[in-house]
Design a protein around this ligand. Sequence first.
Ligand SMILES: CC(C)(COP(=O)(O)OP(=O)(O)OC[C@H]1O[C@@H](n2cnc3c(N)ncnc32)[C@H](O)[C@@H]1OP(=O)(O)O)[C@@H](O)C(=O)NCCC(=O)NCCS
Length: 156
Amino acid sequence: MTVTAPDAGDVQVRQAERADLLSILEIEKASFPQPWPYEAFTGFLDEPGFLVALEGGRIVGYVVADVTPTHGRALGHVKDIAVHPGYRGDGIGSLLLTRALSEVVFQGADSVKLEVREGNDGAKRLYRTFGFAALRRVRGYYEDGEDAIIMVRKLG
Ligand SMILES: CC(C)(COP(=O)(O)OP(=O)(O)OC[C@H]1O[C@@H](n2cnc3c(N)ncnc32)[C@H](O)[C@@H]1OP(=O)(O)O)[C@@H](O)C(=O)NCCC(=O)NCCS
């Protein structure tokens, strides 16, 4: 399916495949101080919420989201999202998040959560735009000691 991101050209979003993983890992390493290892991504290859964005055939971003039954409810979880540094600010992150949220709704989730570094103001702004609100702080969540903010959003 090809869709138009608000500020980007034509961007295709589809489920991730094994052949995408090296490009994904490259973006992951350029985006996070403690990147996921290759094996962490292989574990999500059959997950419908593991999506990639392509522009001109090149992988420019990805999102990993899944749904877990929790206390009799289905809770969506956005576990990872990143856009290639050279492609940020063009609506691709928003597009990936939109598609991931649709996927977790499709799987029956009635709310969705994510963790974000306290200092990651850009990502927090993106999530607030999408209706996420801070729920609580987890002290020292990340290996370097930074706190995580847990953000949640109800899904209609
Ligand atoms: C967060 C991220 C995925 C957003 O992707 P993107 O394609 O740049 O996002 P968009 O172009 O859709 O931007 C959407 C909104 O996010 C916010 N935003 C994202 N990054 C921002 C930044 N560095 N500074 C300020 N605002 C930012 C803005 O509100 C923006 O809306 P605007 O363009 O109308 O101002 C991307 O910046 C990224 O890969 N960051 C590194 C990895 C990361 O931190 N992931 C989140 C982990 S919780």
